[in-house]
Design a binder for this molecule. Structure first.
Ligand SMILES: *[C@@H]1O[C@H](CO)[C@@H](O)[C@H](O)[C@H]1NC(C)=O
Ligand SMILES: *[C@@H]1O[C@H](CO)[C@@H](O)[C@H](O)[C@H]1NC(C)=O
Ligand SMILES: *[C@@H]1O[C@H](CO)[C@@H](O)[C@H](O)[C@H]1NC(C)=O
Ligand SMILES: *[C@@H]1O[C@H](CO)[C@@H](O)[C@H](O)[C@H]1NC(C)=O
Ligand SMILES: *[C@@H]1O[C@H](CO)[C@@H](O)[C@H](O)[C@H]1NC(C)=O
Length: 661
């Protein structure tokens, strides 16, 4: 009893000494788990491979139940529960590429889990594919069976089939053999082979190519036959009979179909023969017809072309006269220029004008009526033997007669200078011919072709009355009289002649305090702008515009400063500036000033005479001597008429008073 107690105590002691904090109930822990691959991780095909899962468990004597799980690419592939503590083994006999993957194992003991690291197994080498076929010779359109197998391989596959190295089919499957039904449409020899890939989680592994099997495709003995009658001398509108049949014999009871078409247009389809009747299409060097035979996927074609001759040409629609004015009579003619006379008598051709009610028929293809006010479209058709052809559209554009032209001038009319006369009609179809007359003599002609153009005539006149002698004529129809305008009404500007400047009233004497009128007179058309200048001044002393041919400039109180030479300048719309001759204006001293001066002068002279006399008598006694005095001068004012020519005025005369001793 004492020994038993001792033993229990020792056991307890040892338990607590281990230092591991575990549930008092647990008597084990999983120390490690490793997976190894034997004999190697990289092995050739057919190797017997073993996966070994080694677990180290720290435990007491208790027998533990171990749950193993084996994973490939994270998916469980096997599990087992055992109480054995030996390594857990998993056999992969004669491995295949499909065994490639990452393996791991997992252990679970009473809820405790541990998983090993992943180990990768790589198997190299795939079996060579083998191709078999059930038949090596057949005719077009027939199918054959081909089996491709990957002997001994496992996993998921993709099988590829090749016809002369070109991939033709692809099949997925989980069996090592796949069946393909192959149809070869090209006649001749074909080399058929196959290959496969094993599909893995990671990527497919391709096999090498299989054996090659040569097959021969022979032509079907059956062909389509196209017949068209008649075979030649076909004209538009003729009836064509077309048959599409099959020649030869078809062993298999495959469905066949015939299709008759013209270019890309299907005419009819049927089983073993088709008949078709139609009117010959429009004339052309060749119309292609096809008879197409379809057996399964085989297509055979017979093609024939037929030339179709023209029965009559497309009609043309023309108008007479070529140009027509509103409401004028006109004739439209519809005519097919070429007719196949061997088939068609010209009188068999029927012409119709559209719109039908627009004009009255006058014999075959001739239609008569009056032009409308606006543009109108006509078409015509020619018909014979069921064939109908339409002309191009003819647009009749009735012309508009010119309206009475207006005659006017552009800009100013200045006598003696060239100016332009415009002749214009508001309405009228172009081209319009404008003719200018002066005194009923034609002096110019102008043809206006485009709306932007104008009929302008450049003329010059030398008398104002000539302006009203111009008239013009507009005409837009040949062999027709034109329409005359009214007479030209325009203001003629007469350029200015030389102006004359005069003093008014005609004054001989101009004294300080008087008033002065400088009158400027000129010939030419008003309004006229007058300017008066004093010689030497840049600015005029006065400027004014008048509606008459004269104007005066008035100075009301004259002073000495007004003296000087004056001229006047005139200007009108003829744009010529003209100036007068100079006239001199001399303003005299006032009368009372003169009187005062004379008095003083007389006094001085008297004194001088007196002194002279005294000196004379004195010198007579002494010797003979001379005194030479200076010449003095007094202006006597102007002479002649101020209103007369300024040339006279400027020649003023003067005299001097010699101071004689
Ligand atoms: C693989 O194991 C099988 C039996 O499962 C045996 O017949 C075969 O000879 C073994 N192959 C090799 C290469 O050891
Ligand atoms: C070969 O296979 C094809 C398609 O499966 C079949 O139509 C044909 O009758 C077969 N030929 C023979 C000789 O069995
Ligand atoms: C086509 O015409 C031929 C002879 O003209 C005739 O034997 C055949 O039955 C016709 N076929 C059809 C589908 O009308
Ligand atoms: C005439 O036909 C032309 C086109 O061909 C069209 O543009 C025009 O508007 C037509 N005129 C009338 C008056 O119908
Ligand atoms: C000339 O035109 C003016 C105004 O432009 C007009 O007053 C005059 O009556 C016209 N003369 C004639 C003869 O038409």
């Amino acid at each position: 009893m004492g020994l038993l107690l001792l033993l229990s105590a020792a056991l307890l002691c040892r338990y607590f000494q281990s230092g591991r904090v575990v549930n008092a109930m647990e008597s084990f822990f999983i120390d490690s788990i490793t997976l190894s691959i034997e004999p190697h991780t990289d092995v050739p095909r057919n190797t017997n491979v073993t996966l070994r899962c080694k677990v180290k468990v720290i435990q007491g004597s208790e027998v533990l139940s171990r749950e193993y799980g084996l994973y490939k690419d994270n998916e469980i592939i096997y599990n087992k529960t055992t109480s054995s503590s030996e390594d857990f083994l998993y056999h992969l006999p004669e491995v295949r590429v499909s065994n490639n993957g990452r393996y791991s194992c997992k252990i679970s003991i009473k809820g405790q889990l541990k998983t090993s690291r992943n180990k990768r197994l790589t198997v190299s080498g795939l079996a060579e594919p083998v191709l078999r076929i059930n038949q090596s010779s057949f005719s077009e359109g027939e199918e054959f069976s081909a089996w491709c197998s990957a002997p001994g391989e496992t996993g998921s596959f993709i099988f590829y089939y090749y016809d002369n190295s070109e991939e033709i089919q692809l099949h997925h499957g989980n069996h090592d053999t796949s069946l393909a039904k192959i149809l070869l449409n090209d006649v001749g020899r074909h080399d058929i082979s196959c290959s496969y890939s094993v599909v893995l989680k990671s990527e497919p592994v391709p096999s090498v190519g299989s054996n090659t099997v040569t097959v021969a495709v022979t032509e079907l003995s059956i062909t389509p036959v196209l017949e068209i009658s008649p075979q030649e001398n076909i004209y538009e509108g003729d009836r064509l009979r077309i048959t599409c049949t099959v020649s030869g014999f078809l062993q298999s009871s495959q469905n066949m179909q015939l299709i008759l078409s013209q270019e890309n247009r299907m005419l009819i389809r049927g089983q073993s023969d088709v008949n078709y009747s139609m009117m010959a299409p429009p004339a052309a060097p060749s119309h292609a017809f096809q008879c197409m035979l379809m057996v399964g996927s085989v297509k055979k074609v017979d093609t024939k072309t037929v030339p179709v001759k023209e029965l009559f040409s497309v009609p043309t629609l023309s108008m007479r006269p070529p140009e027509v004015f509103q409401r004028e009579p006109m004739t439209l003619t519809c005519r097919s220029d070429r007719v196949a006379h061997e088939r068609l008598d010209g009188s068999q051709l029927n012409y119709t004008l559209y719109p039908v009610e627009s004009l009255i028929p006058r014999g075959s293809g001739v239609f008569f009526g009056k032009a409308l006010l606006n543009d109108f479209n006509y078409t015509c058709a020619a018909q014979a033997k069921g064939v109908e052809k339409y002309s191009k559209t003819l647009t009749v554009r009735p012309k508009v007669f010119v309206s009475t032209p207006e005659i006017s001038v552009t800009g100013r009319v200045i006598l003696g200078q060239p100016f332009q006369i415009l002749c214009q009609s508001v309405r009228g179809s172009l081209p319009i011919t404008y003719t200018l007359f002066k005194d009923y003599q034609q002096i110019g002609k102008n043809i206006v072709q485009y709306p932007r153009d104008k009929a302008l005539f450049t003329v010059t006149i030398n008398h104002t009355r000539e302006i009203s002698k111009f008239i013009c004529e507009a005409n837009n129809k040949n062999n027709n009289e034109g329409i005359l305008s009214g007479a030209l009404n325009a203001t003629v500007i007469v350029p200015l002649g030389q102006p004359v400047l005069s003093v008014v009233p005609n004054q001989q004497e101009l004294s300080e305090g008087n008033n002065l009128n400088l009158l400027c007179t000129v010939n030419g058309t008003p309004p006229i702008t007058f300017r008066w200048y004093r010689e030497g001044d840049a600015q005029p002393v006065s400027t004014t515009t008048s509606d008459r041919n004269f104007k005066d400039y008035e100075v009301s109180v004259l002073s000495k400063q007004h003296s000087g030479k004056y001229f006047c300048e005139a200007e009108n719309r003829a744009n010529n500036k003209v100036r007068s001759k100079l006239i001199s204006i001399e303003v005299h001293m006032a009368q009372w000033k003169k009187a005062l001066i004379w008095g003083v002068v007389l006094l001085v002279v008297s004194v001088l005479v007196l002194v002279g006399c005294v000196l004379y008598f004195k010198s007579k006694r002494d010797a003979v001597s001379f005194y030479d005095g200076k010449e003095g001068r007094v202006t006597n004012g102007t002479r002649g008429s101020m209103a007369s020519l300024p040339a006279d005025i400027s020649n003023r005369s003067s005299y001097s008073i010699p101071a004689t001793v």
